[in-house]
Design a protein around this ligand. Structure first.
Ligand SMILES: [Zn+2]
Length: 210
């Protein structure tokens, strides 16, 4: 149990070499774009933020960027992990690869499980967008922290109770700057993100004119 009473994220990893997987090149391509926007990377303390994943074919498995890879300009398959099983209530997952998966992997799992047509998920940090979208698009509750089993359940709840499937984007009130976009591939997930970013820019320019 952590200080907040949540079960700590744990992962059982089988160390195997990961070969280049379908969607790997796109993963780097969109990761580069996100790095340039500053919405993934490392903070002042050197702690990485943001993560991307792609579904492994038509299964419930997925590949996700590894923990602590935010500083890398380009990833190799060895910087990713393949999530093969998980349990939300236990905040546990099983994966394969040479690196640990992001501690936010279960949030991705909750999206894949809730929508079979989703094949790519982007979690990035964007303070301006987060503030603008908070409670305007589907939003997980403020008391729910990232990397907890409560977060995975809250994300599933959004699919049950909101129009997140249509919006393809949600924010995490309890995770400052935390935005999640998803779609049938990384291109459409990224497009959703940039569409919202553009809308907010237009709005702030209008605000300045008034
Ligand atoms: Zn985050």
């Amino acid at each position: 149990m952590s200080e907040t009473g949540s079960i700590k994220f744990t992962c059982d990893r089988v160390v195997v070499e990961l070969s280049r997987f379908a969607g790997f090149d796109e993963l780097n391509e969109y990761r580069r774009k996100l790095l340039r926007l500053g919405t993934i990377g490392i903070d002042r303390n050197g702690v990485g933020f943001g993560n991307l994943s792609v579904r492994n074919g038509a299964t419930s498995r997925f590949y996700i960027t590894g923990s602590g890879t935010g500083k890398l300009p380009e990833l190799t398959p060895a910087d990713c992990a393949r999530v093969v099983a998980y349990h939300f209530a236990r905040n546990w997952l099983q994966c394969e690869g040479p690196t640990d998966p992001s501690s936010e992997s279960l949030t991705h799992a909750a999206v894949y499980e809730s929508d079979p047509t989703t094949c790519a998920v982007i979690h990035c940090h964007d303070m301006k967008l987060w503030k603008a979208l908070l409670h305007k698009v589907p939003t997980t509750p403020e008391k729910v922290e990232y990397g907890t089993s409560e977060m995975a359940c809250a994300v599933r709840g959004l699919f049950d109770n909101t129009d997140v499937l249509k919006k393809k984007i949600f924010v995490m009130a309890g995770h400052e700057g935390g935005v999640v976009a998803f779609g049938k591939d990384l291109r459409s997930a990224f497009a959703q993100l940039t569409k919202e970013r553009k809308k907010q820019k237009v709005r702030s320019r209008k605000d300045m004119q008034n």
